[in-house]
Design a protein around this ligand. Structure first.
Ligand code: DQA
Length: 143
């Protein structure tokens, strides 16, 4: 089975961006962790990042024919994007939402995510391990 792993804006800066909140791992490290977890769980992982909402929407639409599930850290778009919510709903694949930080412990504007309503599960606060946990949950779901 194939999982499309999507990362939203500013996650390309992981490792240097507010490391006290987001940790020291780079996006390359997260990709390596996802690929390794995919191998263990029998999933092929297509790992991508974009700073552009429309590009993420197009990738989600394309997943209709190229993926069996989506893992997404929508980053700031979690809190603003009806377009990403609609695209995920339209595609209808199982979605796992991941945040590195515990968004509920942070500013009020991060407490609501438009993606959560269309995700079968949400993980936040466990850092990069959240990606691993979400992939394992998707593998179980896709069995
Ligand atoms: C984030 C949390 C968001 O609120 C923030 O805008 C991000 C990253 C996280 O992984 O903790 O860019 O999704």
């Amino acid at each position: 089975k194939r999982v499309l792993v999507l990362n939203g804006p500013n996650l390309n800066l992981l490792g240097t961006r507010e490391p006290d909140i987001y940790g020291a791992a780079t996006l390359k490290d997260v990709e390596a962790l996802c690929k390794q977890t995919g191998e263990e769980a029998g999933l092929s992982v297509d790992f991508r990042q974009s700073n552009h909402e429309g590009e993420l929407v197009t990738w989600i639409q394309d997943a209709r024919t190229t993926a069996d599930a989506i893992l997404i850290n929508p980053a700031a778009y979690s809190h603003t994007s009806v377009a990403i919510h609609d695209a995920l709903k339209a595609v209808g694949l199982p979605v796992a939402e991941v945040h590195l930080s515990n968004i509920h412990q942070r500013e009020a504007f991060r407490h609501h995510s438009y993606v959560s309503a269309v995700a079968f599960g949400v993980i936040c606060g466990f850092g990069v391990t959240g990606y691993r946990l979400a992939l394992l949950a998707l593998a179980e779901k896709l069995k």
